[in-house]
Write a new protein. Structure first.
Length: 517
C-alpha cells in the first residue's frame, strides 16, 4: 500500500468521527427547528413567504462564507456569556460549524414539509374534519403521516448537503474529512485530496441510502423497515461519539494552531512531536486564517502557534510604519502582552516575508530587478496573489509606496499561484521568502528599496495563562533561534516539490534532526 494511503487511513478515525458528529448534530437541529417553522408556515399563510425566503436566502450565501461569519459572532456571544455568567464557550471549531450547517440544512426540510402537507388530498382533509378531528389531530394523524415520504426526501437532501458542506469547516478549526482536502491541496498531495473526497462521498451515499430505507418504510407504514436503518444511523453516531468521549476522560490536551500553508503544517507537526515526546496529549487545529488563529489564541482556545512579526504588526496592531527589526519585535512583544495577554516567546530564527517574484527570464526580458522597476511595467502585467494578499495592509503599502497598478490581479490557493507564474498565466506573484519553490521554479525575488514590507520573523506565541506551564514552555524554548532560513526552505520543498513527496510530519522530523542537536 502507498505510504500516503496508509497515512490517510491512520487519520480516518479522528476525521470521520468528528465529521459524523458535526453532520448528525446539524441535521438533528435542522429538523428540530425546520419542522416547527414549516408547520408555522402552513398554519400562518402570511408568514409562509417570509419563512421560505429566509431559508432560501441562507442557501445563496456560500457555505464557507457562512461558516466564517459565525466565528466572530460566536466570539461576541462567548464574551457576553463570560460577562453575565462567568463562563465562556469555545467559538472555534464545532459551534460556528454547527450553527452554519444547521441553517444550511433547513431549506429542503421546510420546503418539502410545506409542499408535502399542501399536497394532501383535500377530500381526506374534509373527511378528517367530518369525523370531528381538531386542527392538531388532523395535522398529526392525517397530514404529516401522508406527507412523510415527501418530508423524508427533504431530509435526505439536507443530509447530503450537510455532509458535503461540513468538509468546509476546517478553516474555522473544526476537524472533518475536509482536513484531507485542505491539507492535500496545500502540499500538492493529490492522494489526500482524493481520499477526502471519496470518504465524504461514501459517507453521504451511505447516509442517503439509510434514509432512503427509512423513507420506504414510512411510505409502506412498516415500523420494522423504519427502525432498522434508524438503528444503524444511531449506532454510527454512537461509535463516532466514542472516540471524543474517551479522549475527554483522558483529560485536557494542548491545542496547536496552524495556518493554511505548508510551512505552518510542518512547524505545527514539529511542536506536536516535541510535546508528545514529553508525554503530552496534543490536538492540532490546522488550516486557520491569520485573524482566526490569533483570536483563538488570545481567547485561550489555542495553546501555541507560529505567526510572523509583519503579519501581527500590520494586521493585528494596524501599524503602517516600518521601524528597524529589533524595535518592531520589542514593541510587538510589549503590545501583545499588554493589550491581548499573549506571550511572544521569541523568534525561531528565520523570516518568511511577503515578496514579489517573477520568472527569471521574464524579469530579464523587461529589465526588472526591483519593485521600483516593476511599477513602470505594471499597467501591462498580471499579478497573482494568495487568498489573503490583496486584502492585507502590505499590499496597500506596496501600492502607496511604488504606485503599483496592474492590468489584472488574480487570486489563487498558494500551490496554484506558483504554477500560474511558471505557466505564464501571470507575470508576478506574492511569493513567500522561505518557500523552497522560489529556487525550484527559478524565480527572482524583486528588491524592496523603499522597505514597504515589514520584517516577517517567525515567532512562537502562547496565551498568557500558559506562561508558567512546566511542560509547554520548556518544550518550545529549544526551538527559539534554532531554525535558519535554508533548513526551513529545504523542509518546505520536501513537502511541496520532492519526487517522493514527504508528509509535513516527516519533514518536521527531518527539520528537528538537522537543527535541534
Amino acid at each position: 500500500m502507498d505510504e500516503r494511503i496508509g497515512a490517510a487511513f491512520g487519520l480516518l478515525p479522528d476525521y470521520l468521527s468528528a465529521h459524523v458528529l458535526l453532520s448528525a448534530a446539524a441535521l438533528g437541529l435542522g429538523l428540530a427547528i425546520g419542522m416547527p417553522l414549516a408547520i408555522l408556515a402552513l398554519r400562518r399563510p402570511r408568514l409562509r413567504w417570509s419563512i421560505l425566503m429566509f431559508a432560501s436566502l441562507v442557501q445563496t450565501i456560500p457555505s464557507l462564507a457562512l461558516l466564517a461569519l459565525f466565528y466572530p459572532l460566536l466570539l461576541v456571544l462567548s464574551a457576553l456569556c463570560e460577562r453575565l455568567f462567568g463562563a465562556r464557550f469555545s467559538a472555534l471549531g464545532f459551534w460556528p460549524s454547527l450553527a452554519a450547517l444547521t441553517l444550511y440544512s433547513m431549506l429542503p426540510i421546510i420546503r418539502n414539509a410545506v409542499t408535502g402537507v399542501s399536497s394532501v388530498d383535500r377530500d381526506l382533509l374534509e373527511a378528517a374534519d367530518g369525523v370531528g378531528m381538531t386542527a392538531r389531530q388532523r395535522l398529526w394523524r392525517v397530514e404529516l403521516p401522508l406527507a412523510a415520504p415527501v418530508i423524508m426526501a427533504g431530509v435526505r437532501t439536507a443530509a447530503v448537503w450537510v455532509i458535503g458542506a461540513a468538509t468546509l469547516s476546517t478553516p474555522v478549526g473544526q476537524t472533518s474529512l475536509g482536513n484531507y482536502i485542505f491539507a492535500g491541496l496545500q502540499v500538492e498531495n493529490w492522494v489526500l485530496v482524493l481520499f477526502g473526497c471519496v470518504a465524504a462521498a461514501a459517507l453521504a451515499l451511505f447516509t442517503d441510502q439509510l434514509l432512503g430505507a427509512v423513507e420506504g418504510g414510512v411510505a409502506q407504514r412498516s415500523k420494522a423497515r423504519v427502525l432498522w436503518p434508524l438503528s444503524v444511523l444511531a449506532l454510527g453516531v454512537g461509535l463516532a461519539a466514542y472516540q471524543p468521549l474517551m479522549a475527554a476522560r483522558l483529560g485536557s490536551s494542548y491545542v496547536i494552531g496552524a495556518k493554511n500553508f505548508s510551512e505552518q503544517y510542518i512547524l505545527s507537526s514539529l511542536i506536536e512531536e516535541r510535546l508528545q515526546q514529553r508525554g503530552a496529549r496534543v490536538t492540532r487545529k490546522v488550516g486557520l486564517g491569520s485573524v482566526v488563529a490569533f483570536r483563538a489564541l488570545s481567547q485561550g482556545e489555542l495553546d501555541v502557534y507560529v505567526d510572523y512579526s509583519g503579519t501581527l504588526w500590520a494586521n493585528i496592531m494596524k501599524r503602517s510604519d516600518n521601524p528597524p527589526r529589533a524595535q518592531l519585535l520589542q514593541e510587538l512583544k510589549e503590545w501583545l502582552a499588554r493589550e491581548r495577554h499573549v506571550l511572544l516567546l521569541g523568534e525561531l530564527g528565520f523570516e518568511n516575508a511577503y515578496a514579489l517574484a517573477m520568472r527569471r527570464d521574464r524579469a530579464a526580458e523587461l529589465g526588472i530587478r526591483s519593485i521600483a522597476d516593476l511599477a513602470a511595467h505594471a499597467p501591462r502585467l498580471a499579478i497573482g496573489g494568495d487568498f489573503e494578499f490583496f486584502a492585507r495592509p502590505e499590499w496597500e503599502a506596496l501600492r502607496a509606496q511604488y504606485g503599483l497598478g496592474f492590468a489584472t490581479s488574480k487570486q489563487y490557493q498558494s500551490t496554484f499561484m506558483y504554477k500560474a507564474v511558471v505557466d505564464r498565466q501571470v507575470d508576478v506573484i506574492s511569493a513567500f521568502s522561505s518557500d523552497g519553490r522560489i529556487a525550484a521554479d527559478d524565480l527572482v525575488v524583486l528588491e524592496d528599496p523603499r522597505q514597504a514590507i515589514p520584517p516577517y520573523d517567525a515567532v512562537l506565541l502562547v496565551p498568557e495563562q500558559r506562561k508558567g506551564d512546566a511542560l509547554l514552555v520548556p518544550a518550545l524554548t529549544p526551538l527559539l533561534g534554532a531554525i535558519d532560513i535554508e533548513h526551513m526552505r529545504r523542509a518546505n520543498l520536501l513537502v511541496d516539490r520532492s519526487e517522493d513527496k514527504w508528509s509535513p510530519a516527516a519533514a518536521a522530523s527531518w527539520l528537528a534532526q538537522q537543527t535541534l542537536r
